[in-house]
Design a protein around this ligand. Structure first.
Ligand SMILES: C[S@@+](CC[C@H](N)C(=O)[O-])C[C@H]1O[C@@H](n2cnc3c(N)ncnc32)[C@H](O)[C@@H]1O
Length: 261
């Protein structure tokens, strides 16, 4: 078992189907809920309420995003793939029969060409260390997507991550507590170009710039008092909805688009 798989097996055993296993560790829950609902909004935007509408969740974890989808869009079929067997088991336990997952690597998807109506990958490409691996995963994602099918990719952005961690100072302060698996952040021009190279086009980029810039304030307020933190986060959310097209500088960027027909 390689290092990344081992890491995620351990993490899934430690956290189970809990949000901090797949989002930010050691932050108040309202912060992860904020991120989770923003990510879900990105994905929901591409789903059509059609029976037999097939969706693929790549690096699905325990089904944090697939779960709300099968609840909100009865009739669609959601498939998940993940390298961690324990996450696959949790996904199937919680979502079956509406959602079904199997153990597979994003670089080698066990599906036919042009099979899905929509595909998404949320914070999973970032664990592929080389550009070759990232390209392979994107080419696989687009291979299994039908022409005209929609995709959503949500990944960390390089500049946003620098701001979020105050140029690496936060990581140094956290010291050993910060021990995580290495993960990459993406330049949006680079990721959009790779998607373009494999026969799809990015139609919109969105972000959460104010959340990123204000993160340390949100964190302190939420630690002092969850209610005050929650009110502040709601204000940030309203502002970010207005600013979402300004994806610079955002910790995460969502790339949405379509496979060429
Ligand atoms: C940060 S979690 C995100 C999980 C889920 N997408 C979500 O947003 O709740 C990253 C997930 O990607 C999976 N993963 C990492 N590398 C992968 C790969 N090469 N192929 C498939 N899944 C992978 C991990 O096991 C983990 O479940």
């Amino acid at each position: 078992m390689n290092e990344v798989t081992q890491f995620w097996e351990n993490r899934s055993l430690k956290f189970g189907a809990r949000i901090e296993g797949v989002l930010l560790k050691s932050v108040p829950e309202n912060i992860n809920k904020y991120l989770s609902s923003w990510m879900l909004e990105q994905v929901e935007g591409m789903i059509k309420k059609e029976s037999d509408f097939k969706v693929l969740d790549i690096g699905c974890g325990y089904g944090r995003l697939s779960g709300p989808l099968v609840n909100s869009f009865p009739g669609i079929k959601v498939f998940g793939v993940d390298i961690a067997q324990n996450y696959v088991d949790l996904y199937n336990k919680n979502l079956s029969p509406a959602g079904k997952a199997c153990r597979a690597d994003s670089r080698d998807l066990p599906f036919k060409d042009n099979f899905f109506d929509a595909v998404f990958v949320v914070t999973a490409l970032m664990y592929l260390p080389t550009k070759d691996d990232q390209s392979k995963a994107i080419s696989e994602m687009l291979r299994v997507l039908k022409p005209g099918g929609k995709f959503v990719v949500v990944e960390r952005s390089s500049l946003g991550y620098e701001i979020f961690t105050l140029g690496g100072i936060i990581g140094k302060l956290r010291g050993k507590k910060n021990l995580e698996i290495p993960a990459v952040s993406f330049d949006p021009k680079y990721l959009s170009a790779v998607i373009g190279k494999y026969g799809a086009r990015v139609e919109s980029l969105r972000g959460i710039p104010l959340f990123t810039i204000m993160f340390q304030v949100i964190l302190v307020l939420s630690l002092i008092n969850a209610n005050i933190g929650g009110i502040f986060l709601n204000l940030i959310k309203l502002a970010d909805q207005q600013l979402s097209k300004f994806y610079f500088p955002s910790l995460y960027i969502s790339y949405t688009g379509e496979k060429n027909g």
